[in-house]
Design a protein around this ligand. Sequence first.
Ligand SMILES: [Zn+2]
Length: 332
Amino acid sequence: MSRYEQEAELKDLRAAFAEYAAMHSHVLQDVLARLDRTYQAFFRQVQAGEQPGYPRFQGAQRYHSFTYKEYGNGAHLDNGFLVLSKIGRIAVRWSRPLVGTPKTVTISREAGGWYVCFSCADVPIEPLPRTGQDTGIDVGLKEFLVTADGTFVENPRHYRKAERQLKKAQRRVSRRKKGSKRRKKAVRLLAKRHQQVRRQRHDFHHKTVFSLVRQYDTIYLEDLRVRNLVRNHHLAKSISDAGWAAFRTTLEYKAACAGKRVVALDPKYTSQDCSGMLDDGQGGKTPCAERIQKSLSVRTHICPRCGLILDRDENAARNILRLGQSLRGAVA
Ligand SMILES: [Zn+2]
């Protein structure tokens, strides 16, 4: 049954059931659009040979947002107020000015608060000035990331710090009787704790990304299969904690907004090979590139050939930069 067949039934449904008539038609249509996207993703994964979970029904406790798919039709702004069809006039506390042309309006609920999100077209991009500098970055385990010029960005470990509080809130929820008012209250508190962790991580990612994008024109990074790494139990915590995949997404779109580039590379041997330089005997330098096998617990790169002693991740970051630059040279 297609999305459009279901959309065609909405008219009769709205006539027959008051709860459907109480919602703007676009809001209902958007539910079907989301359902369709979910099934399309499911079938795509099945065809790719993966084992996705079958789409599940999302009850009232799990369905947190709704969308007016056309700004000006059912949802619009009036004097800083948000006017929603069938709901009313709502005061908004603006987190930032609206730029571009609003296209869709999504209302969501998170940890007891209501939020509105406008997706806009024609948002002017604000390119950052070119600096003529490139870098490679490597994911650290001890640090969040390391750049090729040896800048270490510390891992804030918000999650672990907040974990005790989270656990406590979680225990409180499980102790309380299902369906009770006290349990609902505990659930709200747990949601707040999760929200706090999420926001701290988001803030950290954005600040880190901004400093990288401001400083460098091209940023090379490893194309890590984060999912595979997370399955390795030892590293699981550090890596999901660091939220590397989310960070990369942020980095890529912010770089695009600022007119900069992010290039992902095959990480083969970048942590093993030596990034040191040797005299070539004619007054020049040639890469050492000695391959030094080391397990993950070895934190320092020590090269017997050229004598380089460097933090393991910094060595990798330098290799990533050199690899990226050589590939670029080959293309140009
Ligand atoms: Zn070396």
